[in-house]
Design a protein around this ligand. Structure first.
Ligand SMILES: [Zn+2]
Length: 571
């Protein structure tokens, strides 16, 4: 066959409306079929998830003989299918959640490119399944190609029958499956519903200045006026307890912190209430928690509580501002620094000169809140060569076969964290005698840990690795001497269950002796009365799900159990 004949066959193939029609339907249906498997849909729900969308897509594409144009009418569905295929390649399960859309808005573009760049297989699939039909559709429309009347009539009749069958399966699902809801379980309806929720939340966020105006903690200081005090709250990024030497990991990832046993309490059973940055960090920085998450639109953060109590406050961030509650709560401070605002990448250690500067201002009462970039992918870019203890740390692409080097690079990010926290504690204790530092991470990370091959975080279905986070409290000798009751309680509570997002606010207020009607000492690790009670996961629809009712995978249940983490309330 000559080249010209091959080209002519290809041309005939791509300009054939029936090829375009079936190709488009196959691409659209691909995520529906995969989701039946990954979401473990029961039979009726699976049939509804395939037949109903297929019937409706078929009716739309066969509504006219101009197949190219009809493909473009299907664009919103094609877009959602493509987005979901990328998510399936990224997480191995789940639909595009509300948080996914908000993450796209609140994650800086470089990061998104970084992540997507490592998903070549997913993108290649999307190009073949969804990109090609859109391009060919445009070409066919331009060339005025038309499907035969016989094809469109046949497809239309078949699609109508499939739609009816799909509707029957949907009814059967609603009648026989107690937890079934089309808004949650029927793709792409569930994703369009999530778009609506994301828009609603974005609008509510944009009105935050008005809805939170007039809010006050009525905070009052109770410690001596002439006692110089420094409190540091460090919010980490993507650090999981399972990889920290302090929590029994066999590698020396936190050698410096591990040698400070006298000054540090490392809480062993700490779970985050969210595996997304934009929800977890605001809960750490305020009295908002999973159970009352929607009160976030009316509240302010811990910085305002300290400010009301007469503290000088500073917020130092190595993340980019993204118009989320992290920024709102951070910008409450007297002094605000986003070091990435110069457009460059920075190591977390570059926040140290600012800390030194602020401590040098010699305010009698000082709060410093730091938001790190920590262990966020791409790990290899988060630490200097001098702290690369575990080698080789390349290749760094997100692939299962790179697991060993990815884990080495991830562990090196923890060495960088260890180094930074050690320097912070030393600096604070050397310059201001009564000082405490609280460190926790917003959520953990998956590192291809088991046969599910999960990677990264923020999947709508969290794993053990995403929820078990470190919580470390450092106190100087002078602080412990001045406040022995709090120091004693900090140690007594070391192995109790903790929900990081609810404990940090109340613990910080008690450590600093700040009274407020919103302070609840039963949630403070510095209190003898501390009790955790029920722990929750804040789901994608902002519902607080009790952990013992959350449908964790068996792999996660096993990890929680083997590490002594109790999902049921203990008292
Ligand atoms: Zn995060």
């Amino acid at each position: 066959m000559t080249i010209s004949r091959i080209l002519s066959s290809l041309r005939r193939f791509f300009l054939a409306p029936h090829v375009l029609l079936y190709w488009t339907l196959a691409g659209l249906l691909f995520p529906n079929i995969v989701l039946c498997h990954t979401e473990h849909l029961p039979l009726w729900a699976a049939l509804a998830n395939i037949l109903l969308p297929l019937g409706i897509y078929g009716l739309i594409i066969s509504a006219s003989r101009k197949t190219g144009r009809q493909v473009w009418w299907l664009f919103p569905f094609i877009f959602m299918a493509a987005f979901n295929v990328v998510i399936l390649f990224l997480f191995g399960n789940s639909i595009v959640g509300v948080d996914m859309f908000l993450n796209v808005v609140t994650t800086n573009p470089n990061e998104a490119i970084e992540l997507l760049g490592n998903l070549l297989t997913g993108l290649a699939t999307v190009i073949v399944l969804h990109g090609v039909p859109l391009v060919v559709g445009a070409i066919q429309h331009f060339c005025r190609c038309k499907a035969t009347p016989r094809l469109v009539t046949g497809v239309r009749h078949a699609s109508a029958a499939i739609t009816v069958a799909g509707a029957a399966c949907l009814t059967a699902s609603q009648l026989t499956l107690p937890t079934y809801s089309a808004l949650n379980d029927l793709f792409p309806l569930n994703v369009f519903y999530n778009v609506e929720l994301a828009v609603e939340r974005t609008i509510a966020t944009s009105h935050y200045a008005e809805t939170s105006a007039g809010f006050t903690f009525q905070a009052q200081p109770t410690h001596d006026d002439d006692e110089r005090e420094l409190y540091i709250l460090v919010v980490g990024e993507t650090v999981r307890a399972a990889s920290m030497q302090l929590y029994g990991y066999p590698r020396p990832t936190t050698p410096k912190l591990s040698s400070h046993a006298k000054d540090i309490v490392a809480y062993t059973d700490v779970l985050s209430q969210s595996n997304t940055t934009h929800k977890s960090v605001p809960m750490i920085l305020s009295a908002v928690e999973a159970e009352n998450f929607d009160s976030i639109y009316h509240q302010r953060g811990i910085i305002t509580a300290f400010h009301e109590a007469g503290f000088h406050t500073a917020f130092l961030s190595n993340q980019r501002p993204n118009h989320s509650f992290i920024d709102f709560f951070g910008e409450e401070a007297d002094e605000v620094h986003f070091i990435k605002n110069d457009g460059k990448e920075h190591a977390d250690a570059e926040l140290m000169p600012l800390v030194r500067d602020i401590i040098g201002q010699e305010h009698a009462k000082q709060l410093i809140v730091m938001h790190l970039y920590g262990s966020h992918f791409n790990y290899r870019e988060r630490y200097p060569d001098s702290l690369a203890a575990f080698m080789p740390d390349t290749p760094s692409e997100a692939r299962l076969e790179n697991r060993a080097s990815l884990c080495n690079a991830y562990d090196n990010t923890l060495r960088a964290l260890d180094d930074l926290l050690d320097k912070l504690c030393t600096l604070a204790a050397d310059t201001v005698t009564a000082t405490t530092l609280v460190y926790t991470s917003d959520h953990g990370e998956n590192l291809y840990d088991d046969e599910r091959h999960l990677f990264l975080h923020a999947s709508p279905r969290p794993s053990y690795y995403e929820l078990h986070v470190p919580l470390i409290i450092y106190t100087s000798q002078a602080y412990r001497d001045a406040h022995p009751g709090e120091a004693q309680a900090l140690r007594t509570n070391a192995d109790k269950p903790v929900a990081s997002n609810s404990a940090v606010f109340h613990t910080m207020l008690q450590l600093a002796g700040i009274s407020s009607p919103l302070r609840n000492d039963t949630l403070s690790l510095a209190s003898k009365t501390y009790r955790c009670g029920q722990r929750f996961y804040l789901d994608d629809h902002n519902k607080a799900i009790p952990l013992q009712r959350y449908p964790f995978a068996p792999e996660d249940i096993e990890q929680f159990a083997s590490r002594g983490i109790r999902l049921t309330p203990t008292d």
